[in-house]
Design a protein. Sequence first.
Length: 564
Amino acid sequence: MTLDLEAARRQTLVTSVNPDEIKKLLSGVLHMSPHPRWTLPEEPTWLEDPFEDRNWRFQYHMLRWLDPLRRAAAHGDDRAYAMWSRWIHDWVEKNPPSAPTTSWAWTDMSDGIRAQQLCSASTLLAERDPEQLEWLERTIRVHAEHLADPANMGNANHALHQQESLFMCGRVLKDERLWQLASRRMSTLLMEQYDEQGVNAEGATAYHYNNFLWWERALRRFDLENLPRPDGTDRHLQAPEEIAHATRPDGTLVPIGDTDVQNPKQVQSPFVAYVTTNGREGTAPKDLVKVYDAGYVFGRSGWGTRQRPFAEQTFYSLRFGPSRRVHGHPDGSSLTYSAGGVHWVVDPGKYQYGRGTARDHFVSRAAHSLLSIDGRTAFKEPYTELTHRSITSRAHEFVVEDLSYDGIEITRRVIFSTRGEYLVVLDHAASKRQITGVQRWQLGTSVDAEIQGNTVALTSGDRSGVLWFDDGPTEISTITAQDDPFDGYISTGWKQMAPATAVLAERRGTALTFVTVLSAGSMTPPTVQQVPVAVPGRIVLDVTINGTTERILLSPTAVSFPAI
């Protein structure tokens, strides 16, 4: 036997025991979050799929759900050991790599997480059943060689979990070839998955957060072995600041891509501590607006003061860049907006993985707050480019060119007034043939909408807002909780959703221009008036919030705020 038991002990990061968890498993009840409870069979076939859910199958074959039994057994629980041993041996016997019972048995990442459980079992068998160590070593070796084969390597965080596991296998097997291979691969992954600004490549703020935690755990394994961390960790360490910028004033991540309601408080960083404690702890980042080259703009009115805490500030986000991301959506040019403690405009969220009516809608272009062309199919992998940015003490301005449709030019110009804390959005679409442009605003679950001419009055509790549209020929409508076709919902958690109104503004022609103002968060309803001007191409608006009026002048190339 050549297993390094001390390495296995060092690399076992979780040793705690939850008595309630053990009691459930010993009674035959399996609960793998976020799925319902399920009664384990007397004899597993490993084809079980009680909820017809790919994530459940994925977790089932990870065998991570058995690890609480291993921990309890290590603390002397004989029943836990017997159950753990029976299920582990049954899985190994019925799922050799050459002829597994199901393809889910050796799915990438599932193979790696399972290998970690096996490595951690080394010390348990050494104490309880040393005659089984030879079997365990063979089983770990089979997993290690499978993970080492480049043909079995997944992508993004799946690849990370696999290489973390290969490193652990290499240390426990005392095989330098394996852990050195894992280290090299992790260096490559770090350079691929993080850019120089610390932004993860997976396209969802939840996965920016998750990947930081996962990488922290994986890199800690090198520290425990007194080995240098792989190259590229400097990029990973930039991630907490980006996570802080992506956090809304209520302390939750802005739901971009496969992200539902999530608080990033587990990240150990003064920046993240600040945004998740309403400024009571930590330190605020220095920038009020941050542009990340990976395709994110995060802006806000402030980081909080004694007179106006962080939770009462205004926040917005704007997406651009490629849509091909592991957990990203086709959301280029999409906006979100939070003010006065209300999420007025949101992204639709994740809901689940796989296919289904709700999931297909939530990940579609049509579900996001941007301009779409009715009846025209966008490119499968559309791209939006940030072509202009201007950040001053009076306004933040961005222009995004949307290259999503063949033969149609779309641009979105976004201006945030730092004093009025409202957004002005100018969308333009041009085509040789007549088109119908649909500008969508996906409201949050607490926001009610009432159409009043060319404005939509927004309310949420005692807070008010407005979506104002210029006087062009616009058809304004709302959709709430519509099942056929599915629309008017947002995801609130795993396979959970809630009614949420979408405001749609439609225009037809060959050259379409939408001028829209989104102002919200005040106690009294904001108002917008368009001021007639003689100079073509100029737009002048008077935006009144809480009795104070700000005049904004938009020319094709500039923004100014003339005195009234």
